[in-house]
Design a protein around this ligand. Structure first.
Ligand code: NAD
Length: 459
């Protein structure tokens, strides 16, 4: 960071020299990312264990495996993404051919989050590199082992003139935001998202903001016991086994009919025991809270006098181990902090309703979430959710699975984010779609040029 402007100047010069444009360069970098993940699996497992207490199985599913899948998808589709797309023109453009040609945006800044410190960084890099850009990645300082791993290892696998990692916290982030970028891709909180967008405005830099919010899960009174069991397993898996609820698309709270609530809680209790045993603190299958600050934040949500009496399961905490037991609450007041703020931890409030259809009005009265989940086979309820609510994504009868879908755009709407990525959507997000037309000199319509007269108007 001693001579940031000089270093960025050199990166820009390298980029402007066309060094990152060829498909061969892009492929080599994507393969570099792949090798980085595959050859350093043990070190990544250990870094994720150290920063977040993630079990290797969870780390593989959420960070290495998902990124490997995305890299292979990009390698497979790169040629098609990079190709010019022919465009049809109206008859007035006689003897003209036209195409949309994707071109790299230039120098990109990625500011990333700590909850999936490897997976989220790599996923955004895939799009940036596929589109032929140069990039500076600033991982989150709150996952320091993973951040240092990326800073040490990426130069061994990628073109250091075009891809750099700069480590640091908010102060470094602010310094980076003072520079001129051709695109800023940010993953994090709404608060910092605003800071990023304000800084970007100075240079009219386009931004992608991958933010958070409260993702609800509507749970209908499923009739078969098979469906109920599957729904509960998927809910608990999505809430407690993905970074212990510290996930932007994790389930924040549940909406359920009053009459089904106690049966649902009972099913959850049974399945929690299967997943995390009698004493979840001994289980290696649940990640830890990232640091004391976030531990205290979550503790204060539970200590809130407004929610007294609503905890029906769990509630055990151990600050030294940064452990919070999977905790279920029923009907905490809607004006309590746990129902107003994004929880981002293993606390799961259940809000009861008279009728499951009331969930639509409930969701419409709140900010647009990153995802809405609905466990229901009722097609009319599904249709109403799709047509009457707005969210980054909707998933029926599962949760988190949309993150793996390269063919679906991943991103928020309203307060949950701006822009989208994954697969071709990433390539497009980091490309400029240049409109190009080639006109023949052969013929033309005489009436499209002055001098104007009434006859030309009638034509
Ligand atoms: P955060 O906003 O505190 O930090 C995100 C990044 O911004 C970090 O790299 C941090 O160092 C940097 N930063 C912080 N202050 C800055 C400043 N003043 N100037 C420049 N950079 C600054 O968020 P977090 O705690 O890392 O992540 C939690 C939030 O991120 C949650 O709201 C969660 O929902 C959201 N999130 C969203 C997604 C998504 O894909 N939509 C994924 C993960 C997390």
């Amino acid at each position: 960071m001693e001579d940031l402007e000089g270093e960025l100047g050199a990166m820009r010069e390298y980029h402007d020299g066309g060094n990152t444009r060829d498909a061969s360069w892009r492929r080599a970098q994507l393969r570099g990312l792949l090798l980085l993940l595959l050859e350093n699996q043990a070190e990544i497992f250990s870094a994720l264990q150290q920063d977040l207490g993630k079990h290797p199985a969870e780390a593989y599913r959420d960070e290495i495996g998902s990124a490997v899948k995305s890299i292979n998808y990009a390698l497979h589709h790169l040629k098609g993404w990079m190709s010019n797309k022919k465009a049809k023109l109206p008859a007035v453009a006689l003897l003209t051919t036209a195409a949309i040609i994707p071109e790299p945006l230039g120098l990109v800044l990625i500011i990333s989050s700590w909850n999936f410190p490897i997976g989220l960084s790599i996923e955004s890099l895939i799009g940036v590199i596929s589109a032929g850009n140069s990039v500076v990645l600033k991982p989150s300082e709150l996952a320091p082992t993973c951040s240092s791993f990326l800073a040490r290892k990426m130069p061994l696998y990628l073109d250091t003139k075009a891809v750099r990692v700069i480590e640091g916290g908010p102060a470094i982030g602010e310094q980076l935001l003072l520079q001129r970028w051709d695109k800023i891709f940010f993953t994090g909180s709404t608060r910092v998202g605003r800071i990023v967008m304000t800084a970007a405005a100075k240079h009219l830099t386009p931004v992608t903001l991958e933010l958070g919010g409260k993702c609800p899960a509507i749970v209908d009174t499923l009739s078969s016991s098979w469906d109920k069991k599957a729904a509960v397993e998927r809910i608990l898996g999505a809430k407690f086994s993905a970074c212990a609820g510290q996930a932007c698309i994790g389930i924040d709270y549940i909406l359920v009919e009053q009459k089904f609530c106690s049966a649902l809680v009972e099913l959850m209790r049974v399945n929690l025991k299967t997943m995390f045993g009698e004493n979840p603190k001994q289980s290696r299958s649940i990640a830890r809270i990232v640091n004391r600050h976030h531990f205290q934040r979550l503790k204060s949500l539970l200590d809130d006098p407004k929610i007294r009496g609503s905890v029906v399961h769990g509630g055990f905490m151990d600050e030294d181990d940064l452990f919070i037991e999977p905790t279920i609450l029923v009907d905490p007041p809607l004006e309590s902090a746990i129902m107003e703020d994004e929880i981002f931890g293993p606390l799961l409030p259940i809000i009861t309703l008279n009728k499951i259809e009331d969930s639509i009005r409930f969701l419409k009265s709140r900010p647009k979430p990153l995802s809405i989940y609905a466990f229901t086979k009722d097609e009319s309820l599904q249709r109403r959710i799709l047509s009457e609510t707005s969210s980054g994504s909707v998933v029926f009868n599962d949760a988190l699975i949309q993150y793996l879908a390269d063919a679906l755009p991943f991103g928020g709407v309203g307060g949950s984010g701006i822009g989208k990525y994954h697969g071709k959507f990433s390539f497009d997000e980091f490309s400029h779609q240049k409109a190009v037309a080639w006109r023949s000199f052969l013929v033309d319509f005489w009436f499209r040029f002055p001098p104007w007269n009434g006859y030309k108007l009638q034509l």
